[in-house]
Design a protein around this ligand. Sequence first.
Ligand code: FES
Length: 531
Amino acid sequence: MRDKYQINFMPDGKQIWIHSGATVLEAAHQAGIILNTTCGGKGTCGKCKVLLAPDQREVLACQHKINSDLTVTIPPESRFFRQKILEHGFISEVEIYPAKENAENTTFGVAVDIGTTTVVAKLFDLINGRERATAADFNPQARFGDDVISRISYVESQEKRTELQKIIIDCLNKLTKQLADVAGVDKNSIDEMVVVGNTTMNHLFLSLPVEQLGQAPYLAHSLDGYDIPAEKLGIDINPAANIHTVENIAGFVGSDITAAALATAMNHAEQMTLLIDIGTNGEIVLGTKNKLYSASCAAGPAFEGARIIQGSRAVVGAIEAVVINENNIDIDVIGNQPPASICGSGLIDAVAVMLELGVIDKTGRFIDKTAAKDKLPPKIFERLIQIDSQPAFVLAFKKGKTPAVSLTQKDIREVQLAKAAIRSGIKLLQMKLDLQDDDIQQILLAGAFGNYIRKESALKIGLLPDVGTERIHFVGNAACAGAQMILLNKKARDLAKRLAEKIQYVEIARLTDFSTVYADSMLFVTRDSSP
Ligand code: FES
């Protein structure tokens, strides 16, 4: 039996390599494909059905273990957002409420999510609601800094604000042209655009002042949504087209979270729901349709690979998964290439595995090497080394037992800080609502990074409340799905506005319990005694 298999997903055309014994559901997550998993992967809801070539045999993705190369077709009804969108009646094949009234024969719209790192744009037919093309690119503002704080510090004058606005508008013009070319439509027939993003991206797009976002109390200049003619902003589509920006919630909880909350139906949530988008800045919404709180936590870039000695983003050659295999470990590497770095999902797995094996303890400290010899299996023991006088653990060797990728004590500390920022933010909102972990009925993991982490590992290191894997669901690029709803449905536009007003922002760093909860959250424990 081989230890890695190649999985092709259709009709997406995505291809990944994964370790033997993984489920098709895990492989789909690794490919960034979000399936409907109402029962959380227990095999009881039947919502995650997929078809296996060559005979299109139907299996449950969460139950089917991989032990050969596979071609998997995902039917539309097994995809998370299609189901959600249909459930909530925003979009159906036959009933669309185009934002653009009096549309003539052809009219198109674009939904845009401006991320700090990536910009995603999707073209839709506004008459029938069908998606016609998708395009994405790195946010070119990144040359002024990877994170929002560096970009805020760069913008110290109106001139620089205009410069950054022009850069993002040029990027949207490039993406829009690509969309129109791919779909074979005239860009002048694009009559509507909906733009979401974090508050800094929203302000830079609109050329609003951002200095106040860089210093406490981190206030937005404006939380409002805007409707501006394309011509005025320099967006190269129908000059009279309307560009709609969605309402922000607070200085560090932007319109992308408003859109994600809308797409995941937080405004209808009967069950206690935690929506979380983990990135350099972790954004959280917790509550039910009756009361919703939000917070932002400064996780830092550790989960994006920065500050980790061999860390990287999710690029070819990065370790993306680590699992225990009998008395050793097994890794998955993006592109099935020789391992050269480790990305965020691999990092969370690696720490979970090191805890499980006893290589580190719950305080994050490495086991003493002399004591380790009797306690660890030989193949694990030989992975303990020293790098620059620090204990380290080798995740992958090159030929001849030279370490290829290792994690040091300092790396573990960085993960601990990022994890504590996220977990303490969630815990402080739980305290606000007087909730124990068990009271949270569903956790929705949104955003690029959230899609790729393994639930078991996130729970093991205590990143998320201890609710069991079955209550954790991946929801993919919920911000983009929300922008799509707002583009296609005028009612959704009003709902988004109301939702942004309804979600109460909590400045967690100002709460009296912040320091204690943050310090407690440094421990790698699945469940603790607080709140
Ligand atoms: S049956 Fe697979 S997720 Fe429910």
